[in-house]
Write a protein that binds this ligand. Sequence first.
Ligand SMILES: Nc1ncnc2c1ncn2[C@@H]1O[C@H](COP(=O)(O)OP(=O)(O)OP(=O)(O)O)[C@@H](O)[C@H]1O
Ligand SMILES: [Mg+2]
Length: 254
Amino acid sequence: MEYIIRVEGLNLHLQGRHILKDISFNVKRGEIFTILGGSGSGKTTITKCLVGLYKPTSGRVEVFGKDLSTLRLLELDEVRRKIGYVFQGAALFDSLRVWENVVFYHLEHDNMKEEELRQKALKYLQMVGLSEEVLDLYPSELSGGMKKRVGIARAIATNPELIIYDEPTSGLDPITSRLIDELIISLRDKTNSTAIVVSHDMVSAFTISDRIMVLKEGQVVQVGSKEEILNSNIPFVREFLKKGLGNFQALSRG
Ligand SMILES: Nc1ncnc2c1ncn2[C@@H]1O[C@H](COP(=O)(O)OP(=O)(O)OP(=O)(O)O)[C@@H](O)[C@H]1O
Ligand SMILES: [Mg+2]
């Protein structure tokens, strides 16, 4: 079994608060692994530990077989280069056009001509279902769903082995959310990458995931396959599922 990520007994204190409590989980190569949990449960913070933005107070975070806390900055950069990060809320640069946002990394690091870069941007925009017409637009001229797609195009433009999506469907209508779900699955299949998806969208989690980790107040409640989570007899998981499904029914009625 090849694991891309191994997290072992991760504890994190921030400003005197114990935010992550003894978190352990593994992610296999090629998996779509979803972190599910309420607001403030520590989902984004876990992803920041995975890219080395926070150093654990104790415990181990291993990515691509490397213990992050032992790496020098250059080695950490090498790990980060293999990870695409789709930020919560897209986080595009408002003053840059769509194509510049998508190839931002290459603008900074490569000596490519503008026309080459635009073509590169177009290739990734097409992979996420957008067309040439958006190339020269600014983020403020895009809909919420289009912004998310541009954020995803930017994350995949460095051909990452691992893509982390933080709330890719939040704030989107159910139809657009399902399109993003399909996109996450098709990108994994086409590029042979691994995906970690942070979500509190139950429908999305059960559509795309191979395995799911449920968090509560910085602690892991359960890690398992969709079936194991659906059939869980842990009260918190059952309650969480019931609420998620309730929201879904309310939305479909609305
Ligand atoms: N830099 C920080 N300093 C202090 N506390 C922090 C910091 N970053 C996050 N926290 C706290 O850690 C907890 C977890 O935050 P986190 O952003 O990981 O939650 P989340 O599960 O992603 O929530 P949401 O679904 O709302 O995005 C929260 O209580 C938050 O206030
Ligand atoms: Mg978050």
